[in-house]
Ligand binder design. Structure first.
Ligand code: NDP
Length: 331
């Protein structure tokens, strides 16, 4: 079996030298647990936050943890059947020993690929759905701005917003190619490349009349620009701050707090882990749309567990389109 371990704490952008692949004997499931052969791994921006010396962060020299789908290959509990596909969080390794309470047998939905359980039906989709329905409390016709619109959360937010009856949908992404994909395939009306100039100017070009909701995956300059451009009673959904994860010395974003008061703006952050009870509602909403073809998957699939570190670093650099997933190809 192969595990990935973190060997050093990066200051700024991590490198492959901060990780090691470690061979070890196949783990034995103890009574009450099962051995899972992993098939698909999620690599996520929050893993970058866990690489720092923070409470709940990764332990140097121990296997990393991450969201994963795998097949039960040996079970010593009646609650996990051999052959069953389960979701669990002991990822970044080829084989995991899991207890029933740490894993979830996947519901089977006809015509829905397994990877969807890590993208639109997984934590990524749940984040997008909670952001729109619980935090923004989206109303039909609301105009939206979404940052990191071409990523996992960003594409799911765009597609869900369309299905939920949003009005004008604008976004930001890291290249003209991504912007083109979003307007052609995902239903965005206009998208700017956030490398192309000052965020406030670029945002004014795509949304000259402002917007009602900002779903913010990025923070920094784009957040400051959005506060200025939001309409009265605007809502800011604070999902993530990826622009700050690799720049620990950069100053936090500055915006005019008077805008928050004068425009009655509500800014609310959330952690998807506090909204697990919305999972079934997400499935009830998204699965029929997936089955009818009204909802498509936006995924970048990287083949081979040995590329998991490269996939993670590539995602931080913006090489992914949609949710990034690593796939086992050894079987
Ligand atoms: P993505 O698939 O969006 O991948 C990250 C993307 O961020 C990259 O593709 C890149 O796209 C963009 N990016 C990287 N650096 C910068 C930068 N300096 N400025 C602007 N954009 C940048 O990841 P996820 O969809 O998984 O996550 C998106 C955000 O949501 C993250 O901030 C994450 O931490 C947060 N999140 C929060 C959750 C919660 O519970 N609150 C749960 C899940 C995610 P590009 O090429 O467009 O620059």
């Amino acid at each position: 079996a192969l595990t990935v371990q973190q060997t050093a704490r990066p200051h700024g952008f991590p490198t492959t030298g901060d990780f090691a692949f470690v061979e070890s004997p196949l783990p034995e499931p103890a009574p009450g647990s099962a051995l899972v052969e992993n098939l698909y791994w999620s690599v996520d921006p929050y893993h970058r936050e866990m690489m720092d010396d923070v409470p709940g962060g990764f332990t140097l020299g121990a296997p990393l943890e991450g969201r994963t789908l795998g097949r039960v290959v040996a079970s010593r509990t009646p609650r996990l059947r051999e052959g069953e596909i389960v979701f669990h969080r002991r990822g970044w390794r080829t084989h995991s020993v899991v207890a029933p309470e740490e894993s979830r047998p996947l519901p089977r939905f006809d015509g829905v690929p397994l990877t969807a359980h890590l993208s639109v039906l997984g934590g990524t989709g749940l984040t997008a759905y909670v952001g729109l329905t619980r935090i923004a409390r989206l109303r039909e016709g609301d105009d939206l701005f979404v940052s990191a619109a071409a990523g996992g959360v960003g594409t799911a937010t765009g597609r869900f917003a369309r299905l939920l009856g949003a009005g004008r949908l604008v976004g930001s992404a890291g290249s003209a190619a991504k912007a083109g994909y979003l307007t052609r395939e995902v239903g965005y009306d206009a998208v700017f490349d956030h490398h192309a100039g000052p965020a406030a100017e670029l945002l004014a070009q795509v949304a000259p009349d402002g917007f009602d909701v900002f779903v913010d995956n990025v923070g920094g300059e784009q957040l400051a620009a959005a506060v200025g451009a939001l309409r009265e009673f605007g809502r800011i959904v604070r999902v993530g701050t990826i622009s700050q994860y690799n720049t620990p010395d950069a100053p936090p974003p500055r915006f005019d707090h008077a805008d928050i008061v004068e425009k009655s703006i509500r800014m609310e952050g959330f952690l998807v882990s506090n909204y697990r009870d919305v999972q079934e509602e997400l499935e009830a909403f998204a699965v029929p749309h997936l089955q009818s073809g009204r909802l498509a998957l936006d995924e970048t699939v990287v083949d081979g567990f040995e590329h998991i570190v490269d996939a993670f670093l590539g995602m931080l650099r913006g090489e992914n389109l949609g949710k990034i997933i690593v796939r086992d190809i050894s079987q």
